[in-house]
Ligand binder design. Structure first.
Ligand code: GLY
Length: 593
């Protein structure tokens, strides 16, 4: 029987991870900033302690954003009210990861009505987009960075329309009130954080990678990023926020703000943007059916297509269900089994999942009989080579081709429980750090369209499900997730940053909580690991070499990885107390009362 709350904490393991984290933090800077270190990892680790609260809690990627969310909850606001205030402050203080220029998915739980809803605020391709958008004239794919920095990577932003819809349904405070903290901070300025500074400093091409507006905002006249602690004001964003506070989402999708977006995307670059005012005016966030699967008598619910998260996480957990993953965390056997399950589910994900409004996603990707059959490929003693996609029920007769989507580690996750017990899990993104590096109205524009496959056909000429098409949403890996107990009460709210590795991070955390009985912080602190149907990836800074050596005995090809998760977790304990954990790999905190 899985239990939440004491005495489930494995103190020895927590201590071991804490020691790893502290050692990593105290390495000399040169050890943390090796020349080939992924930019997203540049800011290193800082140990976090478990937060406890009686009633309400916010966990997000920056303390100022968390404080804005708590301010709303303490003023009687709902989880959605808090999420909106958090998102607006994140736009200012964590501009590299999310904001008005991007998209998001939001899961909402209404405990009184026992109602679970999911909202899709994913960006869309402009109507003029074609499948060849990221191809060079010779038919080969543009290098990722060229595609990312071009205006052609910018999708029609979806976050604000989604938040307004969610607020209409679940908001308690006036819309304009939710803008107060972000406007005050944009006017007064905020201190540049170590992570923001490190990401700017490690940007390939330096200041020249940014358009003139964002260059002038993030760098001094010599092209040096503002130092840690520099007070950065954003009057352009304050102006935008005031317009949205009074005019709502309509003031974003029409009028001067929309015109500013169209103009920024018209900037010449390697790929044309081609976004019009009509594209912005036509944008509509959607309510989608949430997807739930059972695991160890718990119900895991998340975001369906165009996110690949709930289908891939759900299928991975379903494949693992008959296996005993042990009580001691991170045994090589458990890691091997989890990776084998992930290989199978990523093979299906990469072949079949895309925007459900455009592509027929097979209906049976979680079908128990199908997954029982898939499970036969898992050998508990020996790693499989790269997995092939299966044939889930409902697979279209004309099978789609092999996907070539490149997904990097960006994004931000927000977990909230309010005083009524209602909850939000929202994962939000402008894709790569700093998105397309284009700024208008004080916010950065996303490069979400690079979440499409750059090539519309595979090497055998078969069309790829996640190819670019007009007004289509690119496939995502964002995984806002709820865990419900056997009594159907909400037990945990979680999600992560991290590109397609988000799926690995969330699987790790669910297994950490449900199999290994770890508390929220200890589950987050576990080294990141898993397989995206390639090698076994394990976190360089936290994992002992021993684990890699032991996994090699299973035939796993082990590679170390630096790409950081951004896990933010709230767990409701059996006594009703909330415990929250924030990822030591980023700057977030968990706070509540
Ligand atoms: N851009 C990250 C994701 O949607 O998965």
């Amino acid at each position: 029987m899985v239990k939440f709350g004491p005495p489930r904490i494995n103190r020895a393991w927590r201590h071991a991870v804490a020691v790893f984290v502290v050692l990593a933090i105290h390495q000399p800077a040169s050890a943390q900033l090796a020349p080939n270190t992924a930019p997203e990892a540049a800011a290193g680790l800082s140990a976090k302690t478990l937060a406890l609260a009686k009633q309400k809690m916010v966990v997000a990627a920056h303390p100022l954003a968390v404080d804005a969310g708590l301010e709303m909850l303490n003023a009687g606001g709902s989880a959605v009210d808090a999420a909106i205030a958090v998102q607006l402050v994140l736009n200012l203080v964590e501009p590299q990861s999310s904001g008005l220029g991007g998209g998001a998915f939001l899961l909402h739980w209404n405990t009184g009505r026992r109602q679970l809803l999911s909202y899709d605020g994913r960006e869309t391709a402009p109507a003029a987009a074609t499948p060849e958008r990221f191809l060079k004239p010779d038919g080969t794919a543009l290098p990722f960075r060229a595609a990312m920095l071009g205006a052609g990577s910018v999708g029609v932003p979806g976050v604000l329309d989604m938040l307004e819809r969610a607020h209409r349904a679940h908001g308690k405070l006036p819309w304009s009130r939710l803008f107060d903290p972000a406007i005050a901070l944009a006017d007064a300025g905020f201190a540049v954080s170590p992570r923001l500074n490190a990401l700017l400093a490690s940007e390939a091409g330096g200041a020249s990678a940014f358009d003139a507006t964002s260059r002038a905002y993030f760098f001094d006249a010599d092209g040096t990023p503002w130092p840690v602690g520099h007070i950065l004001k954003n009057p352009a964003l304050a102006l935008t926020l005031r317009a949205l506070a009074s005019g709502g989402a309509a003031a974003f999708y029409q009028g001067p703000i929309a015109a500013g977006i169209v103009q920024a995307v018209a900037t010449p670059g390697p790929t044309p943007g081609g976004m019009t005012l009509d594209d912005l005016g036509a944008y509509a966030a959607r309510e989608r059916p949430p997807i739930c699967t059972s695991y160890r008598r718990y119900r895991i619910c998340g975001m369906g297509p165009p996110s690949s998260a709930a289908l891939t996480i759900g299928a991975t957990l379903a494949l693992l269900e008959p296996f005993d993953l042990g009580v001691a965390p991170m045994t090589p056997r458990a890691l091997h089994l989890i990776a084998e399950a992930e290989k199978l589910t990523f093979a299906d994900r990469d072949r079949f999942i895309a925007d459900p409004d455009v592509v027929a996603v097979p209906s049976g990707m979680l079908d128990p009989a199908y997954l029982n059959d898939r499970r036969r490929s898992i050998d508990a003693a020996r790693s499989m080579p790269k997995a092939e996609a299966g044939s889930p029920p409902g697979v279209p007769q004309r099978r789609s081709g092999l996907d070539a989507t490149v997904e990097r580690a960006g994004t931000s996750h927000v977990s909230i429980i309010d005083a009524d017990g209602n909850a939000v899990a929202m994962t939000t993104t402008i894709e790569q750090a700093f998105g397309a590096h284009l700024m208008t109205g004080g916010f950065l524009l996303n490069n979400e369209l690079t979440d499409f496959s750059a090539r519309p056909l595979d090497s055998q000429g078969r069309p790829v499900a996640n190819a670019v098409a007009p007004s289509k949403r690119p496939r995502s890996s964002m995984a806002p997730t709820f865990i419900f107990g056997p009594d159907n009460q909400l037990q945990a709210v979680l999600g992560s940053a991290g590109g397609s590795a988000i799926i690995l991070h969330v699987v790790k955390t669910i297994v950490g909580i449900l199999d290994w009985h770890l508390d929220a912080q200890a589950a987050i602190d576990l080294p990141t690991f898993g397989s995206r149907n390639g090698p076994f990836e394990i976190e360089k800074k936290l994992a002992g070499e021993l684990i890699g050596l032991q996994l090699a005995l299973y035939g796993q090809t082990v590679v170390t990885s630096d790409a950081p998760s951004g896990l933010h977790v709230i767990i409701r304990r059996p006594d009703g107390m909330l415990e929250g954990g924030a990822d030591p790999r980023r700057e977030g905190v968990a706070r509540g009362n």
